[in-house]
Design a protein around this ligand. Structure first.
Ligand SMILES: [Zn+2]
Length: 334
């Protein structure tokens, strides 16, 4: 079985975006905000949005199950206030839940959190709990920078975040550390902000007591860990200079990386540098990079090809494709 731990509902029917537009227009005029019930999307529309996209690619590439979350760039936690974010997150999560209910063999839900810049993460606990306990979701996307490229909130190791971590541990679900759209013109959303954030999150973990305080908390750092594997020696050296334990002891019971690196040498490096137990298969299809690589003739995000092509023992390949995901997303076993 092949589990893709990183997919977003990027092909949601246009009604979703239209609803969001009305919600954003109503910011500052609470009486005009659209109700959740005013969003009308039929099951057939959902089927249509998935059949020609994620499901077609799953079948074509021979992957089985996608951990599916709302479109990351559309989380846009910086828009409006905590109430804006709460309603939008609930709506996005409910739509993903409908995808999972229509295709229970193909999708399992991962939720968006109703974060808002400057608002304590405690406010996300209720939606996390609802998604896990009532909707059967197995993880969440945690935005380390709800301000969208300006990094105004405390780093991930700060106690600011602890109430949310307590709930993640209690529910036994991991967080994928995933930013949303960049509203800082210096950072392209998927080409810079995402990768910066992955690297930044790793360093925030390194310099904090986070995993001493939460020994069972698990983070998945997507997009191959940003710059982390490539600069592994730098991070090891920094930890050493700070008189910290070796990186492996310090972080690797808790921090995992996915394979959303869109070329074979990148995945080879990842698997050479990071222990195989810490790498989870993912493609983030239909996502940031949708084209075909003229050098290979295949989609850049067809990451299964890269993992298949790498010299791994069968047991290691099974870990990357399935075993590690089952370990990290413990609720998948239920
Ligand atoms: Zn993503």
């Amino acid at each position: 079985m092949i589990i893709d731990c990183h997919g977003h509902y990027t092909t949601a029917p246009a009604e979703m975006e239209a609803w969001r537009k009305l919600q954003v227009q109503a910011i500052g005029h609470p009486g005009q905000a659209p109700s959740k019930a005013s969003l009308r999307i039929s099951d057939d529309q959902i089927r249509e949005s998935l059949e020609g996209a994620q499901l077609k690619l799953q079948r074509g590439r021979g992957t089985d199950l996608t951990l599916f979350s709302p479109r990351a760039s559309a989380m846009a936690h910086h828009v409006g206030d905590a109430e804006t974010s709460r309603v939008w997150s609930e709506l996005c999560n409910e739509l993903v839940h409908r995808c999972c209910a229509l295709y229970p063999d193909n999708f399992v839900g991962v939720c968006q959190l109703p974060q808002s810049p400057g608002v304590p993460p405690q406010t996300c606990v209720a939606e996390l709990e609802r998604c896990v306990k009532e909707l059967g979701f197995v993880g969440c996307n945690l935005n380390p920078d709800p301000s969208g490229g300006y990094w105004k909130d405390a780093p991930l190791g700060d106690r600011w975040w602890y109430p949310l971590y307590e709930k993640l541990v209690e529910l036994d679900v991991p967080a994928m550390v995933h930013v949303s759209t960049s509203c800082n013109p210096a950072f392209h959303t998927t080409g810079a902000h995402y990768l910066n954030a992955d690297t930044t999150a790793f360093m925030q973990c390194l310099t904090s007591k986070l995993f001493q305080d939460f020994p069972t908390l698990k983070f998945v750092i997507p997009h191959g860990g940003g710059a982390v594997p490539y600069h592994w020696g730098r991070f090891r050296g920094l930890a050493q200079d700070l008189k910290l334990p070796p990186l492996k002891e310090l972080l690797l019971d808790n921090v995992f990386f996915d394979t959303c690196v869109y070329h074979r040498p990148g995945i080879e490096l990842l698997l050479k540098v990071v222990p195989v137990d810490n790498v989870l298969f993912a493609s983030e299809m239909v996502g940031a990079v949708r084209g075909i690589d003229p050098e290979t003739g295949h989609h850049y995000d067809d990451t299964r090809r890269y993992v298949d092509a790498i010299d791994l023992s069968e047991s290691d390949r099974q870990k990357v494709f399935e075993g590690n995901a089952r370990k990290v997303y413990a609720r998948l076993r239920r």
